[in-house]
Each structure stands twice: as structure tokens, then as C-alpha cells.
Design a protein around this ligand. Structure first.
Ligand SMILES: C[S@@+](CC[C@H](N)C(=O)[O-])C[C@H]1O[C@@H](n2cnc3c(N)ncnc32)[C@H](O)[C@@H]1O
Ligand code: SF4
Length: 241
């Protein structure tokens, strides 16, 4: 995108900061709870204070419904695990009422067959499942690679069974020194099997000093692994971002 002025993107009053139009992109934290405790996650914001463990009440979503319906994109999570929300199906219905592309990231654990069918039927635009390696997934995320791969394939099958083109299924991989070497093998194993639209590689953000040694920036092994994974992913017709 060419360089644009803020005024060209947002209609707002520069004097008061008041925005005249509803937001185009809305992030809704359906649940701040999680059923995993990944080593790198900022879920507790790195503080000793416990992170609030709450689901967003439906009345809040209903109140935001006019905005949700006019948004271009609605994400059902930021930090927590949205599939844990006891209101997930109702929340999805509220967020899907307008024309927004509805998407979310998940650790994948709660993708049951019924839930996968519901996600496909609700025309969710994209579901991104986090996997941080083959051998490394369990030590980093607390769930085995095979467990999450089963969920990914379940979602791909639910999509295939209805002939739907949605949701776009993606994998999010947090690149660290310890798991970099596994990335090309993971791409080769999943891109076709799970009908992946994309693999998103996110370099580790260091929230905890103990993980500083995992910084992938400038690491030749990590750079070579990302190049090879890109080659494999793109050769299969999928995106590597
Ligand atoms: C915080 S999670 C929330 C959604 C969901 N629970 C999940 O794991 O996909 C969103 C994404 O952030 C990634 N993530 C967590 N900690 C990170 C870190 N320190 N650096 C980069 N990405 C991180 C996760 O792996 C996941 O792909
Ligand atoms: S599953 Fe997602 S929210 Fe939960 S701890 Fe892992 S990265 Fe954080």
C-alpha cells in the first residue's frame, strides 16, 4: 500500500480525536481464559498479578452489535482462547450478522467435529491454528503436534465435505532458535494435508528474560529454515507470510 495520510484512512476530528465512522477492524476478546500455558505467551502480561479470567458477556457484544455489523473485519480474540467461551456460538452469530470477515486464532484443542462443522456453516473467513514445531510443540505449548494436526485436518475435512471455500485455514508458527529447524518439515507435512491457505511465521517477541536466548533474529539456522519453508509452502500454492 502506498503511503497514506491518516486523514485518508480515518474520518476524524483532529482537534478532539473523535472518530466519525465506526471502526473497520474490531478485536473482541471472547475469553481471556486459556486451557494451555505456552512458555512464551504474554497472557499474564509478565506481571505477578494474575490475568483476569473472564468471558465477554453477551450483553456487551449485543451493545457493540451496530459497530460489529459495519466493520470490515472482526477478530474473535486477541490474547485468550476464544473457543473456551461458553457463548462462542452466540457470539459468532452476533459477529457474523453484518458483512465483516470474521476470523480468529486458536490453539486448536477444542476443535471438535461438531464445532468444525459449525464454523464452516457460519462462513467464518479464516481460522489460524497455532503450532510451534513438531518435536517442540509439546514442550513449548503443552499439546502434542499430532493432537493439533488431527484438529487441523478435522477442520479441513469439514470444509471439504461441504465444498466450502471458507474458512481459510492457516498455521501460526512462533519462530524461535529451538524450533526453527522443524519449520520446513512442518510445512511439508501440513500444507497439502490440511489444505493450508497460509503459514504465518511470527518471530518470538521476548516477554520473559529467560527466553532471550531464543531470539531468532540474525540466526543463520532460523533464516535458512524460514527460506526453505517458504519454498515448500509456495511450491504447494499456499502463502508464506
Ligand atoms: C496469544 S495467542 C491467542 C490465540 C490462541 N490462544 C492461540 O494460541 O492461537 C495468539 C498468537 O500469539 C502467539 N504468541 C504467543 N506468545 C508469543 C510471543 N512471545 N511471541 C510471538 N508470538 C506469540 C501464539 O503462538 C499465537 O499464535
Ligand atoms: S494457547 Fe494461546 S493464549 Fe493460551 S497460552 Fe498458548 S499462546 Fe497463550
Amino acid at each position: 500500500m502506498s503511503q497514506q495520510l491518516k486523514e485518508q484512512l480515518v474520518e476524524y476530528d483532529a482537534y478532539t480525536g473523535r472518530v466519525h465512522k465506526p471502526p473497520r477492524h474490531v478485536f473482541v476478546e471472547l475469553s481471556s481464559r486459556c486451557n494451555l500455558a505456552c512458555v512464551h505467551c504474554p497472557k499474564d502480561f509478565g506481571t505477578e498479578l494474575d490475568h483476569p479470567k473472564l468471558d465477554m458477556p453477551l450483553h456487551v457484544l449485543r451493545a457493540a452489535s451496530p459497530w460489529l455489523q459495519q466493520a470490515h473485519f472482526v477478530n474473535l480474540n486477541s490474547i485468550g482462547e476464544s473457543l473456551l467461551s461458553e457463548h462462542f456460538d452466540e457470539a459468532l452469530a452476533i459477529c457474523s450478522k453484518g458483512s465483516a470477515e470474521v476470523s480468529f486464532n486458536t490453539n486448536g484443542l477444542l476443535l471438535s467435529e461438531a464445532r468444525c462443522r459449525h464454523i464452516v456453516a457460519s462462513k467464518v473467513h479464516s481460522v489460524t491454528i497455532s503450532i510451534d514445531g513438531i518435536e517442540s510443540n509439546e514442550p513449548i505449548r503443552g499439546a502434542s503436534y499430532e493432537t493439533i494436526k488431527t484438529r487441523l485436518i478435522r477442520l479441513a475435512e469439514a470444509k471439504r465435505n461441504t465444498g466450502s471455500t471458507l474458512p481459510h485455514i492457516a498455521v501460526a508458527f512462533t519462530l524461535m532458535r529451538r524450533n526453527a529447524e522443524e519449520l520446513p518439515r512442518l510445512a511439508a507435512d501440513l500444507v497439502k494435508a490440511a489444505d493450508l491457505h497460509a503459514i504465518h511465521v511470527q518471530p518470538l517477541v521476548i516477554y520473559y528474560e529467560a527466553l532471550r536466548q531464543e531470539n531468532p533474529y540474525g540466526d543463520p539456522v532460523a533464516i535458512a529454515a524460514a527460506r526453505e519453508a517458504r519454498r515448500i509452502t509456495e511450491a504447494a500454492g499456499s502463502h508464506f507470510v
